[in-house]
Design a protein around this ligand. Sequence first.
Ligand SMILES: C[S@@+](CC[C@H](N)C(=O)[O-])C[C@H]1O[C@@H](n2cnc3c(N)ncnc32)[C@H](O)[C@@H]1O
Length: 207
Amino acid sequence: MLIDLEHLHYWMCAIRESKDYLRTLDAFYKGQLRSKEWLIENLEYYIYPEVNKMLDFPLSVDIHGGWVGVLSSMLFQSDIPIKNIRSIDIDPACESVASMMNKKEEIEGRFKAITSDMCAVKSEADLIINTSCEHITQDHYDLWLSGLPKESLIVLQSNNYVIPEHVRIADSLEEFKQQSNINVLWADELDLPLYKRFMIIGKNDKV
Ligand SMILES: C[S@@+](CC[C@H](N)C(=O)[O-])C[C@H]1O[C@@H](n2cnc3c(N)ncnc32)[C@H](O)[C@@H]1O
């Protein structure tokens, strides 16, 4: 996907003004960017033919574990019509970086970075995204899922990358489906040089 100059400018400001800019730069590894591009490509592909009838456009979006706001910025620049995005992260250092990363849309009143545990934020957005599934325990995930509405479209990502911060990886897409416990509408995996990324699009209406 193409990143325009105005957004690129804000990305650079966000990195430059980060207290720990090396940590912010972790969000720009090729695998991280490609995983988000993959999410958007599949959402675009999936949303138009299948979900068009289910969702009202433009979409309200909540990103749980939204980190420094790169996915938010990429979504705003995609072909998916976005009304607004809230990016929720438990790490207080993320809020100012994500706000700068999405400064254009923040000024327009379409972006808000929130410091909170994902379980403490009530989500009623059309689209609810969590690409940080590997960072929360199964109990924490189950609690988070139990608070989500049945109507929203849910997008989840995890991976099989063994590092200390990853408290709940999945060895396979099948295992990720079991962990996720949602009604799966679409699922796939992406081979990256160091790990596999898994993604599920679905709804919290499993009976
Ligand atoms: C390394 S980052 C993102 C990794 C993910 N693969 C991605 O690219 O989106 C994981 C984020 O999840 C956040 N996080 C972990 N537990 C959380 C929780 N309970 N509520 C909200 N955010 C959480 C961390 O603070 C961190 O910013």
